[in-house]
Design a protein around this ligand. Structure first.
Ligand SMILES: [Fe+2]
Length: 439
């Protein structure tokens, strides 16, 4: 995914910054991201593409069509001379939530759409790619300056859906008693993970948010100062073994450990363990994209909700960190980790010997729940037009997650990236990092 490269010059259009420098780079970046979406699907059968297991997850077929609709709507219909859609009805089917564009099909019912077929959706993708390529190749400098930022946004949008394709197909395969394998993976015997250390960060006034260089979503700005009190941060993520200790200590049966809403959720849904865990012959197993496997104690715990992460933190005498603490602690760290490019599609244990002087696993493996509500930064305003619906209207009843996961493209993530999900969401690759107040 490294074909997207940073541009030496910034170009801003409608508040979105582009980072491609030439037509060739733009085309290469476009084709690379679009190809990766289809590459994800290489082991799927037509039946797999259509299933929707829950309202918040979408069928693979829908993701493939929706990401193409995005380019058709925001690029081709605006900029391609005399463009006429070959499938005008697709606008209704594959618009996700853009009221300004028009009405859209019911999200919970996307799995009821047997047509267009998988084959037709792939043809749709090919058609869109041909039109977009032709538009880029024929664009003069003035048009290219307008196209680049929207295309860049469209590619980042597609990368977000690549992660969703993986998390959604994992849920589809888990719902199937056959527990199919998405990608084979050879199990590796992990070495013991390093002890968790507490790293101290002193009180200070810090800049957070995007500094304006390179692509960013609008919710990452404006950059602003925050007072971060002294805090301690766990040197690594919480492991399966540590979360098992919480469970064996009655973690899911003790209301005093839970937020009220979290405890209600535990009771209503009968939660007794993280999503995808189950007991088989006296051993804990978990669903992975390589099928059901025995639980690896050294791996970071994954597929927990904010409620579970918060209860675990309280049980362990700590708390979840704020997003400002996360960004302060991660600032200056290399953006390395277990990302989707590794094609492991699963979390990996922290290697022994990782230096404890700096926090490890801040990027990749699992999105880290923060205790910060997803809300606008001071001075935030959504970008203009229909694309203003991309982020801002979701700033209610959700929590911020940071750092990316094993399903996130590395070229998509940033220090300032703010992901967000409701507190009961568990099907994303979400995990736990602890923090402590310094008193
Ligand atoms: Fe989308």
């Amino acid at each position: 995914m490294n074909a997207i490269v940073e541009a030496p010059q910034r170009r801003m259009v409608n508040g979105i910054e582009s980072r491609f420098t030439s037509k060739a780079e733009l085309l290469r970046g476009y084709r690379h991201v679009r190809y990766f979406s289809t590459n994800i699907c290489e082991t799927l059968e037509p039946e797999d593409y259509v299933v929707q297991t829950m309202p918040e997850a979408s069928p693979t077929k829908w993701h493939l069509a929706h990401t193409s609709w995005f380019f058709e709507t925001f690029v081709l219909e605006r900029f391609f001379p005399d463009y006429h859609s070959l499938h005008p009805q697709y606008g209704f089917l594959f618009n996700s939530y853009y009221n300004a564009v028009g009405p859209f099909y019911s999200r919970p019912h996307r799995g009821l759409l047997s047509r267009p077929t998988v084959k037709e959706v792939f043809h749709y993708r090919t058609d869109i790619d041909l039109f977009v390529s032709e538009l880029i190749e024929s664009a003069d400098e003035q048009l290219l300056a307008k196209l680049e930022p929207i295309l860049t946004l469209g590619l980042h949008h597609e990368q977000q859906h690549q992660e969703l394709m993986l998390t959604d197909i994992k849920n589809v395969f888990w719902q199937n008693p056959l527990r199919p394998v998405f990608r084979k993976r050879e199990p590796k015997k992990p070495s013991p993970v390093p002890l968790m250390e507490w790293l101290r960060f002193e009180e200070g006034l810090h800049w957070v948010g995007h500094d304006g260089a390179g692509f960013t979503f609008d919710n990452e700005g404006p950059r602003h100062r925050v007072l971060v009190q002294s805090f301690e941060l766990a040197s690594r993520l919480v492991t399966n073994a540590e979360f098992l200790a919480f469970m064996e200590h009655g973690g899911y049966r003790r209301p005093e450990l839970w937020l009220s809403l979290g405890w209600n959720t535990v009771k209503e849904r009968g939660w007794e363990c993280p999503l995808y865990w189950e007991r088989r012959d006296g051993k804990w197993c978990t669903m992975t994209l390589a099928g059901m496997t025995e639980l690896v104690p050294e791996e970071p715990v994954c597929h927990v909700s904010l409620f579970e992460a918060d209860a675990y933190a309280r049980w362990s005498g700590a708390r979840l960190l704020t997003e400002e603490e996360w960004e302060t602690a991660a600032s200056g760290l290399p953006l390395n980790g277990n990302f989707v490019e590794n094609e492991v599609f699963h979390v990996t244990p922290l290697a022994c010997g990782a230096p404890a002087s700096k926090p490890a696993q801040m990027f990749g493996d699992v999105w880290e729940w923060t205790r910060s509500s997803y809300s606008p930064y001071p001075g935030y305003s959504a970008i203009g037009g229909a694309l203003g619906e991309y982020n801002g209207k979701f700033m209610c009843n959700q929590y911020v997650l940071r750092g990316g996961s094993c399903a996130t493209p590395q070229s998509h993530i940033r220090l300032t990236y703010r992901n967000f999900f409701p507190p009961d969401a568990r099907w994303q690759f979400t995990g736990i990092r602890l923090a402590k107040d310094v008193i």
